[in-house]
Design a protein around this ligand. Structure first.
Ligand SMILES: Cc1cc2nc3c(=O)[nH]c(=O)nc-3n(C[C@H](O)[C@H](O)[C@H](O)COP(=O)(O)OP(=O)(O)OC[C@H]3O[C@@H](n4cnc5c(N)ncnc54)[C@H](O)[C@@H]3O)c2cc1C
Length: 457
């Protein structure tokens, strides 16, 4: 139920993409009739990113045809092409790159993530070195692929790197993929399922090099990338390089705002209300989408950041609901995480959080036929499932995860695989970087004790 004083006033959304748009639509659908301002640093109306690494790279769909469908007309002041550069929570104002300031009564942070760039700026600036996150990135990369490079080098075999390798092979372009971990998708799905993904890549002609990093990129006299030197001493001749090394959260503009924001994202409760640096929930600032990080009831209340499409939509809708309602009408965002990917003729889908598990068991179908379901478990309960071309089983496992059902799950009556023994799922140890705290406590008087950000340098 919308309360009068929450049904009007000024709401500002920073980030004009999937989460920002769906939140704006939900606010109007909830009856919010106050002023709504949407700030986005990209010059475009909100567009959809999943097609960028799939249909757009293949040349099937132009990047400018990926605009997100509108669920309803949104009466809002769209400020596109201008970045938010600061947040003053005392004055309740968002500072803009053009010098302007936008006052708010309630604020939604939906600034998502950006691609991690190749770390050496001179090498990253070589012609032919790309990343993929935005519409413009996809246009440039599609044009570079259409020019038929002699060989593409993809650095990183996560979902986006693997999808791009798949597109290269579909286009008949030779491709080398380097992955520092033991297998493609190892961070998301573990080494056992990663080994299946590795076989898939090699069967499709990918020159896959695991357990190896890129030490340096080298260019020619015209400043165009020509080769990469790898950490094992070998070299790869490539005239197109894509750094697919994961993402960084867009939180720099929040520095000094006193919110619990850092490399891990912006912490919020399961209703999208942002935490301040002391871990106290705020009344005016909300977070949704890739940049948000919230405790999840099914995963021991650990803070989860989910860079998934469904999470952006449903998290934004829950946050929007809570922005215009009062307790006890708050709605939690209790989505069971899910993900899909298409690569090498296989549709990979997952539910739950595979990396939360430490064991995996194949439960249906046949790994050899690339048509199977596998479940992940931890401490005797099922926490996730993945399917390769066998998505019909996903809902079944989704329900089991939501019910905290026992692991390993009981064998299905039919479609049984040959080997149903649970195995270690082989996830890599957590990265050293994320283990470094950058928040410390100050003072000894409980009344004065506060948290403070400290630089790592
Ligand atoms: C190539 C690609 C393929 C993908 N494929 C899949 C898939 O198959 N399945 C799946 O589930 N998910 C997929 N995803 C992930 C999915 O697209 C994201 O989860 C989703 O886009 C998140 O939406 P968001 O609105 O939270 O963030 P974003 O889409 O990142 O949007 C954030 C917006 O805020 C803007 N912004 C940042 N900082 C500022 C600032 N200071 N001021 C103003 N604006 C700012 C950004 O430029 C951006 O426009 C894919 C992503 C990519 C890049």
């Amino acid at each position: 139920m919308v309360r009068d004083f929450r049904a009007n006033g000024r709401i500002v959304i920073v980030g004009a993409s999937l989460a920002g748009l769906r939140a704006a639509e939900a606010l109007r659908a909830e009856g919010f009739d106050g002023s709504l301002t949407i700030i986005g640093d990209e010059p475009y109306e909100p567009y959809d990113r999943p097609p960028l690494s799939k249909q757009v790279l293949k040349g099937w769909v132009p990047a400018e045809h990926t605009a997100l469908p509108r669920m309803r007309v949104v009466d809002a002041d769209w400020r596109l092409g201008v970045a938010a550069t600061g947040l003053d929570r005392s004055a309740r104002r968002v500072r803009l790159a053009d010098g302007g300031q936008v006052p708010y009564d309630r604020l939604l942070i939906a600034t998502g993530t950006r691609a991690r760039l190749w770390p050496d700026p001179a090498e990253a600036a070589l012609a032919g070195v790309h990343t993929l996150r935005s519409r413009d990135d996809a246009t440039r990369l599609q044009q570079a692929l259409a020019a038929r490079p002699a060989r593409v080098l993809i650095i990183g075999a996560g979902f986006i790197g693997s999808e791009m390798a798949s597109v290269c092979r579909e286009l008949g372009i030779p491709v080398t993929v380097t992955e520092r971990g033991a297998a493609p998708l190892v961070g998301a799905l573990g080494g056992v399922i990663g080994a299946v993904a590795a076989q898939l890549q090699r069967e499709h002609g990918v020159d896959l090099r695991c357990g190896v990093g890129v030490a340096a990129l080298e260019g020619d006299a015209n400043g165009h990338v020509r080769r990469a030197r790898l950490s094992d001493g070998s070299t790869v001749e490539a005239d197109l390089v894509v750094a697919a090394m994961g993402s960084l959260r867009n939180v720099e503009w929040l520095e000094g705002s006193g919110l619990a924001a850092g490399v891990w994202g912006v912490a919020c409760d399961a209703g999208g209300r942002a935490f301040d640096i002391n871990g106290v929930v705020t009344d005016t600032v909300y977070v949704a989408g890739d940049v948000a990080r919230a405790p999840h009831v099914l995963y021991e209340y650990q803070f989860l950041a989910m860079e998934h499409w469904d999470n952006a939509v449903l998290g934004a809708q829950a946050a929007a609901h809570n922005m215009v309602n009062l307790e006890p009408d708050y709605r939690p965002h209790l989505l069971l995480p899910s993900f899909w990917s298409s690569q090498f003729g296989v549709t990979i889908k997952s539910v739950g959080v595979p990396s939360f598990g430490d064991q995996v068991v194949c439960t249906q179908g046949s790994v050899r036929d690339r048509r199977f379901a596998a479940a992940y478990g931890r401490r005797g309960r099922i926490v996730a499932a993945v399917t390769f071309n066998h998505g019909r089983w996903l809902e079944h496992y989704g329900q089991m995860i939501e019910q905290s059902s026992p692991f390993p799950p009981p064998p299905a009556g039919w479609d049984r695989p040959d080997d149903m023994r649970p195995r270690a799922a082989e996830f890599p140890p957590p990265g050293a970087l994320t283990a470094i705290p950058d928040v410390v406590l100050t003072g000894h008087d409980p009344a004065e004790r506060r948290a403070e950000f400290r630089s790592r340098h």
